[in-house]
Design a protein around this ligand. Structure first.
Ligand SMILES: *[C@@H]1O[C@H](CO)[C@@H](O)[C@H](O)[C@H]1NC(C)=O
Ligand SMILES: *[C@@H]1O[C@H](CO)[C@@H](O)[C@H](O)[C@H]1NC(C)=O
Ligand SMILES: *[C@@H]1O[C@H](CO)[C@@H](O)[C@H](O)[C@H]1NC(C)=O
Ligand SMILES: *[C@@H]1O[C@H](CO)[C@@H](O)[C@H](O)[C@H]1NC(C)=O
Ligand SMILES: *[C@@H]1O[C@H](CO)[C@@H](O)[C@H](O)[C@H]1NC(C)=O
Ligand SMILES: *[C@@H]1O[C@H](CO)[C@@H](O)[C@H](O)[C@H]1NC(C)=O
Ligand SMILES: *[C@@H]1O[C@H](CO)[C@@H](O)[C@H](O)[C@H]1NC(C)=O
Length: 431
């Protein structure tokens, strides 16, 4: 317990947000050596990463995911605190575009969604039972994972973790359950041994045929394994970056993520879209960076109320930060500071306070069925985010998000900035 808190504290102090330059030419940089970093004097110098893994993506999402977003927004599922039986909504991981990384578990390879908004790393177990969202049994193929699943019998490093249960659920009815196990996990040259993972034996999942689960990078307290002999008692464990530090495989307690935009053709291709950036451990990913950097504290939560607190000895769940303001045409009319915003690679859309979403989307979008829809050819108004005293612009192209086709085959797009509910002390917004 002490160790976990110490690690959490170390990461808390050291997480810096490093925004990669807006126009990265990956064809030119992908195979080059790490370029020198230019950092302002008010930021601590960050080392280059010891390990890095390229991100891959398959971009087009099923319309079902748009429906999922809608039902979540209306149900407010994301605002629920984790249930006592350790079922944690991992809403962030499955909407719209996803960033994937090749992860080796035991001797088997999986493309997993890179998710700073959750903490478990899970894959389906070979022979898992698939069902639809109503619980009716279906062939495994209809869950559409990218692989048939993990085969424990083929791995020499596999160790079961008896009497544990693993369970995650989504606000739209997707859920996964199984048990925990220990395995050797490698990603981008980083190898962590005896890593606890979730092995899914029952899945109600609307997959895309490419990803096979999640790589969770958030804090230990957000893990979702519980003790079967002692139901209700969660069995918190160290996610991969924490174990990497504890096992001294990562020399500096950092990870960084550089996200690139997919090409238009890559987005519309059924194959994975390469060169979408990097996940890196131990420092900064091998991409050019601008001199605009900032360091912000990660918001801790009260252990008892699970609300944000500045009291000593908090617990940590997400990479939660306070947004000083959002700036866009009309922003002066609303309060745009936003507490409790999580930095979440698993969610394409920004989920901002209701007033902010309404003011930003006014005039160029249509509110329909719980989401702001926009014309796929629309030019989005400028939008920027100020945190830690620095302002970062969001490329307007990233504010028009392809969301599948309607019944008549017409392409639908949604605004990249959606309503995340009112600002309450317990709110969780998403950047
Ligand atoms: C993942 O990496 C392994 C080992 O390099 C490779 O054999 C496999 O083809 C990769 N899988 C994908 C989907 O890229
Ligand atoms: C698992 O739980 C069962 C029933 O509670 C118990 O009999 C058994 O000893 C437990 N096994 C382990 C390895 O803890
Ligand atoms: C589960 O709870 C039982 C009883 O409290 C305890 O003996 C066992 O070590 C716990 N197992 C795990 C995996 O935490
Ligand atoms: C914690 O302190 C910071 C800096 O003083 C402040 O911006 C933030 O709103 C506080 N958060 C809470 C939950 O009190
Ligand atoms: C602010 O609100 C007023 C009235 O509600 C409106 O007339 C004005 O256009 C708004 N300002 C901007 C910059 O949108
Ligand atoms: C953010 O939290 C601080 C401290 O609790 C509070 O003073 C401030 O009003 C909050 N901001 C918003 C927009 O709720
Ligand atoms: C909105 O909901 C209505 C009624 O359920 C449905 O017919 C329509 O297709 C939905 N629109 C979109 C864009 O999903």
């Amino acid at each position: 317990m002490t160790l976990t808190l110490t690690l959490a504290f170390a990461l808390n102090l050291c997480i810096s947000l490093v925004f990669a330059a807006a126009h990265l030419d990956y064809s030119a940089t992908v195979s080059r050596l790490i370029p020198p970093l230019t950092l302002t004097t008010d930021s601590p110098p960050l080392p280059p990463a010891s390990f890095s893994a390229p991100l891959l993506s398959r971009a087009i999402r099923k319309p079902a995911k748009t429906h999922a977003l809608r039902s979540l927004l209306s149900a407010g599922g994301y605002h629920d605190t984790p249930a006592p039986d350790s079922i944690v909504p991992l809403v962030g991981a499955e909407f719209d575009y996803e960033y994937l990384v090749n992860v080796t578990i035991g001797n088997q390879h999986f493309l997993l969604i890179v998710d700073t908004g959750s903490s478990d790393t899970w894959v389906p177990k070979k022979g898992f039972a698939c069902s639809d969202l109503k619980g009716n049994g279906k062939p495994a193929a209809s869950c559409a994972f990218g692989t048939p699943g993990f085969a424990s019998s083929l791995s020499k490093t596999f160790q079961p973790y008896p009497n544990t249960s693993f369970a995650v659920s989504y606000g739209d009815g997707e859920y996964l359950s199984g048990s925990a196990a220990f395995e050797t996990v490698s990603v981008g040259g980083l190898t962590v041994t005896h890593q606890e993972i979730g092995l899914v034996s029952k899945a109600a999942w609307v997959g895309d045929g490419i990803n096979s689960g999640l790589l969770g990078l958030a804090y230990p307290q957000l893990t979702s394994v519980s003790n079967k002999s002692n139901p209700g008692e969660s069995a918190t464990y160290n996610p991969i970056p924490f174990n990497g530090v504890q096992q001294k495989r990562i020399s500096a307690p950092y990870f960084s993520i550089a996200l690139n935009r997919g090409t238009a053709s890559g987005m519309r291709s059924p194959k994975t879209d390469p060169h979408l950036g990097y996940l890196a451990f131990g420092g900064v990913a091998p991409v050019p960076v601008t001199s605009t950097t900032t360091t912000v504290p990660v918001q801790g939560y009260s252990i008892t109320t699970r609300e944000p607190t500045n009291a000593s000895h908090p617990t940590y769940f997400y990479y939660t930060v306070d947004i000083a303001k959002y700036t866009f045409p009309g922003s002066s009319n609303v309060t745009t500071s936003s507490n409790g915003t999580i930095i979440d690679t698993g969610t394409t859309l920004n989920l901002v306070p209701t007033d902010v979403a309404r003011a930003y989307n006014e005039g160029w979008s249509t509110w329909m069925n719980g989401s702001y829809y926009v014309d796929c050819k629309a030019e989005a108004p400028p939008f920027s985010v100020t945190l830690g005293g620095k302002t970062f612009s969001i490329d307007p192209r990233d504010q028009v998000v392809y969301a599948g086709k309607d019944e008549k085959g017409k392409e639908l797009c949604v605004s990249g900035t959606q309503d995340g509910g009112p600002q309450l002390s317990s709110s969780v917004f998403i950047l």
